[in-house]
Design a protein around this ligand. Structure first.
Ligand code: PTJ
Length: 254
C-alpha cells in the first residue's frame, strides 16, 4: 500500500491528508475505486468555492438542520466516502436528530457493506440498517444497486440525507414524496438540482457544521419553522453558482 505522511507545513496539507485518508479506506475495502475519482471531481469544485463554507451553504445547512429536527422518520444514507471522512459526525448527527443510519451503496458488495458498518459502529453507532439481507426492499424505477433499501429505513423515511450521491436516486426518492437533503460540492450535478435541500459544500465541513446547528436548534421548533418558511432551494443553489462565477471572474482579473 502506497501512502505518505503529509508534512504539516505543506501549503495543501489538509487537502492531501483527506486524500490520503480516502486512499487508506480504499485499501480497507470501505471506499469504492470510483469513490477516489468522485473525490477528485469534488476537489475541483471545492477549489472554485474557495475551500470554505459559503453563505448559501450555511443557509442550506440551517434548512437541513431544521428539516432533520422536524422529521418523523429521518434516515442518513451512508456510502464509502462518507464513512471514511465523517463517520463520527454522522453518528453524532443521528443521535441528536434521532435519525436512523443506513448503508446504501452504488457499488454494492456484502464485504463493503460490512466494512462500512464496522467503521460506523467503531464511531459509536448502535444500529446500522441496509446491510446484507436487511436491504430487502426496492425503490421503484431505479436500475442501480442503490435501489436496494431497508424496509425499516429509507423505504419509509420522510427525510433522507444523502451525502455524495449519484443523481438518479435523489430523483426517485423525491418522486416517492420524500424530502432529500444532499451534500454535494458540484452545484450543477443532478443530485444538487433535484434535491429538496442542497448543501453545496465538502462533507468534511458541512457535516460538523450540521451537528453544530442541530445542537443549537434542537429545542427551538419555532425557529426551525421560521428557517424553513424562508428557505428557497432554487434561489440558494443559484447563489452558489453565482458565487463560483464571481470568484472565477475575480481570479481572472488578478
Ligand atoms: O460508496 P459507493 O459505492 O456508494 O460509491 C460512491 C460514489 C461517490 C463513487 C458514487 O456515489 C458516485 O459515483 O458518485 P458520483 O456520481 O461520482 O457523484 C459524487 C458527487 O459527490 C460529485 O458531484 C462530486 O462532486 C461530489 N463530491 C465528491 N467528494 C465530495 C463531494 N461532495 C461533497 N464532499 C466531498 N468530499
Amino acid at each position: 500500500m502506497t501512502s505518505i505522511k503529509v508534512p504539516p507545513e505543506h501549503p495543501r496539507a489538509e487537502s492531501l491528508q483527506i486524500r490520503e485518508k480516502l486512499v487508506e479506506y480504499y485499501h480497507r475495502g470501505v471506499v469504492a475505486s470510483a469513490g477516489l475519482i468522485a473525490h477528485g471531481r469534488g476537489e475541483a469544485f471545492d477549489y472554485m468555492l474557495g475551500e470554505k463554507i459559503t453563505k448559501p451553504a450555511l443557509n442550506a445547512v440551517k434548512a437541513a438542520a431544521a428539516t432533520l429536527l422536524t422529521a418523523e422518520k429521518a434516515v442518513i444514507s451512508v456510502n464509502g466516502n462518507t464513512a471514511a471522512l465523517v463517520a463520527e459526525e454522522i453518528v453524532r448527527l443521528a443521535q441528536i436528530t434521532k435519525a436512523k443510519i443506513e448503508v446504501n451503496l452504488f457499488y454494492r458488495s456484502v464485504d463493503r457493506e460490512l466494512a462500512i458498518k464496522g467503521v460506523l459502529e467503531k464511531a459509536g453507532a448502535h444500529e446500522v440498517l441496509g446491510v446484507g439481507e436487511d436491504a430487502s426492499a426496492k425503490i421503484p424505477e431505479l436500475g442501480s444497486e442503490r435501489r436496494r433499501v431497508d424496509p425499516r429505513g429509507i423505504l419509509v423515511a420522510d427525510v433522507v440525507l444523502v451525502p455524495l450521491e449519484d443523481g438518479d436516486r435523489t430523483e426517485a426518492l423525491v418522486k416517492m414524496g420524500k424530502k432529500v437533503i444532499a451534500i454535494d460540492l458540484n452545484p450543477l450535478s443532478r443530485t444538487s438540482q433535484k434535491a429538496t435541500i442542497t448543501i453545496v459544500d465538502n462533507v468534511v465541513r458541512a457535516t460538523p457544521k450540521l451537528v453544530e446547528i442541530v445542537g443549537k436548534l434542537e429545542h427551538d421548533l419555532k425557529k426551525c419553522n421560521e428557517i424553513l418558511l424562508n428557505f428557497d432551494n432554487k434561489k440558494n443553489l443559484a447563489e452558489s453558482i453565482t458565487l463560483i462565477k464571481g470568484r472565477l471572474s475575480k481570479l481572472a482579473e488578478k
